[in-house]
Design a protein around this ligand. Structure first.
Ligand SMILES: [Zn+2]
Length: 581
């Protein structure tokens, strides 16, 4: 049992008074206090923003954070209405950028509690409060359905992702720290990505000098052989008049459907500066190789320079290349050149390449120059072909696959994994039957488009996709005394649900064909937001008008893509006469 002490009138706890405690009982000791201030017993203490209690559980801390987040969201929700207020994107931003970071501050220490139902339910409530004011929706619209429509990732999944990245960054700086306690729990979650414990290409910032020259947008000097690094060497070398020109390129193919898939790099070493057609002056040495798919194009470009230099030194040793006056390396990646020129390096691949460049530069003046990609340079186009050949090569000739994965790749894998988990939880969730017809899995692109709608249209989408709307079926569930019939007011054949109106009400076949390009939809629905809104536009307000019980609904049916308008008002009025007032 841990006990903390607090001086009355002070919010911060203090350590017990120093003194000879052994002669006093605890009670006497407490009574004595600090000077004349009495010391009282307390069961929790806040340290670095984390509330620690005497039972050493994090639940009181989480409760406290949730309470504060709810307070913040209620305050912001009170300042605007459902139909007016900040843009929906701003409301979501408030949740993502203000509330979530406050709530999940230090969440890595309570990672093992994220899997519990209690915590997850509480976090879903926060998400609900964050998005409920985004548009007019019915009171009991399910939280999970709204989360899927608006693309609001459940906070427990967000916390998991954040915690994995926190642990990864921590281990980048302290690789030897043993995995125990809460780090073990995070490591277990990370194991699901298949990348737990993989060494990272990212390293803490390392400062290095730059002994070579770089040129972006300006040509290398007329005479590249002028030295600027003074070397005191006892090795006598015979410098020839020749200049070595190295061209390098990296390539990444993302087409997963065909065989155009992989990351590769290529280089070619030429003698002489003149950019003549390859047949007139073929490369002395050239190669291409396939590298780990986790590598970005940027890393492929840097690795190409590294490999080219290694080959250059081998060829020099073998005597294939004479000792040159200067070396000119051409790359079409400004990012690679800038990173190599930077004194602060935070990637193992870049650091290794820079060290090699520096060593080479102490022997021969070295210039790293940018060349425009896919332009008139014969040599650049040549290595571009080599890099592409490397990317599509079957056998892996490069470094051991997954030797060191870049942090960017890990982030991507975690993001994908989070999306998959969300999809799994969504499918397994027992309710939201109607929303699942439209959105069987999270759809970030659609959610982005939905958030750009105005509040009226956004509310319409939420109500019609979740089924929690003002149509007869739902009205009857909510208020069976007032709404005795749940039959569709247009066809009188089936219960009037959103899915019925949108997908298969016979009375609207023409409208559906004109706006959604299908007479009726079968699950899983193929639909687009624009078409759905166009279909709903003449209908939604009339059908959701709860006062319109006895009134007639005028539906203008359109047919074909031409301007022919087929007025079906008469037909529908006939149907509506059956509706009891
Ligand atoms: Zn109908």
């Amino acid at each position: 049992m841990t006990t903390y002490y607090r001086r009355d009138g002070h919010s911060r706890p203090t350590t017990p008074p120093v003194g000879n405690r052994s002669s006093l009982t605890l009670e006497e000791y407490l009574k004595k206090g600090l000077g004349n201030t009495p010391v009282t017993r307390t069961t929790s203490v806040t340290y670095l923003g984390m509330k620690i209690n005497d039972k050493l559980t994090w639940w009181p801390h989480i409760q406290d954070k949730i309470k504060k987040a709810k307070h913040l969201l209620r305050r912001s929700n009170d300042t605007f209405g459902r139909l007016w207020g900040p843009k929906p994107t701003m409301v979501k931003w408030l949740l993502d950028a203000v509330v979530a970071p406050k709530l999940l501050y230090g969440s890595h220490v309570w990672h093992s509690m994220i899997g519990t139902r209690k915590v997850q339910d509480a976090l879903h409530q926060i998400n609900r409060l964050g998005i409920i004011s985004v548009a007019p929706s019915r009171l009991r619209t399910p939280t999970r359905g709204m989360e899927i429509i608006l693309g609001t990732t459940p906070l427990h999944l967000k916390a998991e992702r954040k915690n994995i990245l926190t642990l990864t960054r921590f281990r980048m700086h302290h690789p030897d720290t043993p995995v125990v306690g809460h780090t073990r729990a995070i490591m277990d979650t990370m194991a699901m990505t298949g990348l737990a414990g993989f060494p990272l290409d990212d390293i803490p910032v390392t400062t290095t000098p730059t002994l070579f020259r770089t040129y972006i947008g300006s040509p290398p000097p007329e005479d590249p052989g002028v030295r600027w690094v003074k070397i005191d060497t006892k090795v006598a070398v015979t410098v020839t008049d020749s200049i070595v020109s190295i061209y390098t390129d990296g390539s990444k193919m993302e087409n997963t459907r065909g065989n155009q898939w992989g990351t590769g790099a290529g280089f070619a070493i030429f003698l002489g500066q003149d950019d003549v057609p390859i047949v007139d002056n073929p490369p002395v040495v050239q190669s291409h190789f396939n590298i780990c798919h986790s590598y970005t194009v940027f890393l492929a470009e840097v690795l190409a320079i590294d490999r080219a230099l290694r080959s250059y030194h081998e060829a020099r040793k073998a005597g294939t290349i004479p000792f040159p006056r200067a070396i000119l390396i051409h790359s079409d990646s400004q990012a690679a050149i800038l990173a190599l020129n930077n004194s602060d390096i935070h990637s193992k691949v870049v650091l290794a390449c820079k060290r090699l460049l520096n060593v080479t530069a102490t022997l021969t003046p070295l210039h790293l120059s940018w060349v425009k990609a896919h332009a008139s340079s014969h040599r650049n186009n040549w290595v571009d072909g080599l890099a592409k050949a490397g990317a599509t090569q079957d056998t892996d000739m490069g470094p051991f696959p997954r030797a060191d994965i870049p942090l960017s790749f890990l982030k991507k894998v975690i993001r994908d994994r989070q999306q998959d988990r969300w999809g799994e939880e969504w499918t397994a969730h027992p309710t939201c039957r109607q929303t699942k017809l439209w959105l069987p899995a999270p759809n970030p692109g659609l959610s982005r488009a939905v958030l750009l709608l105005d509040r009226v249209e956004l509310g319409r989408i939420i109500r019609w996709l979740t089924g929690h709307n003002f149509l007869r079926r739902h009205c009857q569930i909510v208020d069976p005394d007032r709404y005795q019939s749940d039959r569709c007011r247009l066809c009188r054949l089936e219960p009037e649900t959103a899915a019925h109106i949108l997908a298969d009400c016979m009375a609207l076949d023409y409208n559906r064909l004109a706006d959604m390009k299908e007479t009726h939809l079968v699950p899983p629905y193929r639909w687009s937001l624009g078409r759905l809104l166009r279909f709903l536009d003449p209908l939604a307000d009339q059908m959701e008008d709860t006062e319109a019980a006895a009134r007639m609904i005028t539906v203008r049916a359109r047919f074909g893509t031409r301007t022919t308008l087929l007025e079906r008002i008469a037909v529908i009025n006939d149907t509506l006469q059956l509706d009891p007032p």
